[in-house]
Design a protein around this ligand. Sequence first.
Ligand code: RNT
Ligand code: ZN
Length: 423
Amino acid sequence: MAKKNLISKAYEVAAEQFAELGVDVAEAERKLLDIPLSIQCWQGDDVGGFEHLGESASLGDGLAVTGNYPGKARNPEELRADIEKMLSYVPGANRIALHACYAEFGSGRKVDRDAISAKHFANWIDWAKTAGVGLDFNPTFFSHPKVVGGCTLSSPDKGVRDFWIEHGKRAREISRAIGKALGTSVLDNFWIPDGSKDTPEDRLAPRLRLEKALDACFATKYPASLTVDSVESKLFGMGCESYTVGSHEFYMGYAVSRGKFVCLDSGHFHPTEVISDKLSAIAPFVPGIALHISRPVRWDSDHVVCLDDETRRIAFELVRCGLVPKTRIGLDYFDASINRVAAWAIGARNFRKALLVALLTPGCALKAEKDGDLTGRLAMQEDFRMLPFGAIWNGFCEKNGVLPDGAWLFDCKDYEKRVTSRR
Ligand code: RNT
Ligand code: ZN
C-alpha cells in the first residue's frame, strides 16, 4: 500500500513539473495507449514455429538463437498463454506478429509452405479476437530444405524460386484473410536470407532475379485496409558475410519504385549507422515504413531492446516528425538465455517507455532551434534527460492495470515457478 502511495505521489509531482514545461501529460498518455506496437511471437519459442510439432527442426539460414533457458513454449497453446502473460505487462494497443512457420495443422498432415492457407491460422485468428489484439504476418523464408545454397527468391534454380514465390503469394493471401477477419490491416513483411559467404563474381544477377521474383509475389493487389507489404533489408548474416542480395539500397529502390513499405530493422546496419536518422529521409518517398526494433551487439542483430539512446531517438523521431501514423512499429529480437516472457516484456516495455519519453519531451528545444539559439537547444536537450519520466510511466502503468517497474518481474517469476519451469 505504501508503495502505491509513493507511485501516485511521485506521479503528481512529475505531472506538475511537465505541466510547467508546457507538456500535457494526459494527452501524452492517451496518445501512447493508441500507438500500435507489433510484438514478435517468435521470442516465445526461439523462432521455432509449429510446422514440425513433435519432430525436431533447427533454426538456420543466417538466423541464430543462443541460450537454453528452460521453459520455452512447446506448442501453440503454451505460446499463446505466454503471450497473454507478456501482454499483461505491456500497456497500450498491442499487436502480435506471426511467422508463416507458426501455422497449425491440427491432426491433419503437414502442409508445405507453398500450400499453406488462412485456415492454418484459424486458431490464431480466434485467439486474437478474444485477446483483442491485431495480428501481423511474415512469410518464412528460412529453416527449410528449399533454402538452397543460402538462397530463396534469388536462387539461380527456377524450381527453388517458384516454390518461394508461391510461398510469398500464400503469405499475402493469408495476410489479407487475417485483415478481413480482424478488421485491421495486416503488415506482411518480406525478409529473405539470400546471400553469400564469400565474394561473388556476379552481384547483379541475383538482384535482378530477386526483383522479378518479388514482382511475381506482389502481382495481386490487395486493399491497404486489409494488408500492406514491406521489404526488409540486412547487411549480413551468419554464413552470409560477404554479400546480401536484399541490401538496404536494393530494397529502397524496390520499395520506392513499387510503392511498398520499407522495413528498417535497427540491427541490420553498420555498427555506427543508425535507423533513427533514416526515418525522415525515407518517409517522403514511400507509402509507409515498418520497423523492427532490435539491439545489435557485435555479430548479433537481435538482442532484447534496451532503453538506450538509439531506441529513444527512434521514438523521438517518430513523434517529432509526425511519422507515427505512417509507421508500423514492430519488435524483432529473440533471446533464449534468460526467461523468455521477461525478455519479451523488457523489450516491449522499453519501446513503450521510449515513446512515452518522446511524447513527454517539451517543445522548447525546438523553439530554441527555430530562434537560432543553438546553445539553448543543447542545454535543454541535456536538461530534459533528467526529467521524471519514470514517475509518469509507473503511474501510467497503474492507471491502466499494468504492474509498474519493480513489480511486474515478481509476477513474471511467479508465472515461471507455476508454469514455464514445469515444462
Ligand atoms: C532476420 C530479420 C527477420 C527475422 C524475423 C524472424 O535478420 O530480422 O525479420 O528476424 O523475421
Ligand atoms: Zn527483422
